[in-house]
Write a protein that binds this ligand. Sequence first.
Ligand code: COA
Length: 371
Amino acid sequence: MPYAHITGWGMAVPESVLTNDDLSRIIDTNDAWIRDHTGIRERRIARESDFPSTLAVEASIKALKVANLKPTDIDLIICSTSSPEYIFPATACLIQDQLGASKAGAFDLLAACTGFIYATNMAAQSIRSGSIKNALVIGAETLSRFVDWQDRNTCILFGDGAGAFVLQASDEPGGVLSAVMHSDGSGGDSLSLPGGGSRIPATEATVHEGKHYIHMDGKAVFRFATRVMGHAAREALELAGLTTNDVQWIVPHQANFRIIETAAKYLKMPLERFVINVDRYGNTSTASIPIATVEAVEKGQIKSGDKIVLVGFGAGLTWGALVAHWTGPLSTERNVHPEIYPTWARVRSLLRRIIRFIEVLSGAETHSGLE
Ligand code: COA
């Protein structure tokens, strides 16, 4: 049975920075309150031209470069997102098209902020089963588009961004060692975006009632998160036959510094072994774990040979953890330029549209001819 190694990684965040002081000019809040209660100092907010797919493509090209793969080498794209560009088509298909990953299957996965753990586990299982060789797993969000900027309970928390991993089959032991996935739908009301689905389709009234914004019971989510984070990490470690002593780094979901602190206490691990960047990006939902991992690798904190735990929680309610043996790229050659593929993909996509247009025109002529 092949092993599923994490062989490439990349991240992308929008350029625009929104600081706590900026927020205090919009709503009744202040820098000291936000830092004390969440640990957040600033977050990135999507510009008009930023979407989950554009951020995801930027992150994915970087990940493919590290793995030394072309977009056409990818068999499967899983995009975890809670802010898909459309209900359908899937954001993963937009990414597939923009990358020019012409041989890949693509689908979205919605497990909110835990989604990247679910998606990485699903990709790893597909590799282990032998059904695919190379997968691209992405966490991408522009949740700022669903935030009520008058609700100081939620608008201070969220930021935008994307992170991507390439997973590849190898006979060498390593890669994803274990994972646990949990859910409790009875707590779904504590964090939701009620409008816009088939139960509450968009109407003038739903817009007026704020149904298309994120709704959150902060205290309930806080209690849930502090209960499950450390426990899930320990469960995944046990499944891998490891203990916290075997692990160099924990990469937690970046929602709130106080939640991470509680998990560290539960696991009896020093905070220095936790990757933390919530101060600079806020809660980027499903993108937070890959963004934190990529930064830790690029800073030289996570190194080849390290064992790491990714652990998260989110709406659903969902939570989970994944243990990986970090090995790095399978091939160290650097002769692949995945960034040229999106240009070809755009040309191909344009040609396809022109052909479809001509087909429609000729169809219309035939039809009128029959009349
Ligand atoms: N600025 C200033 N004051 C604020 C504020 C803000 N942004 N938000 C709330 N307050 C006020 C409240 O009105 C309240 O005032 P009161 O005591 O006069 O009524 C006081 O601060 C305390 O509010 P409270 O809601 O009890 O704060 P808290 O310590 O629970 O922190 C959260 C609120 C949202 C930061 C915290 O509950 C949290 O992080 N929850 C988890 C959310 C999360 O992680 N969501 C994503 C999951 S993926």
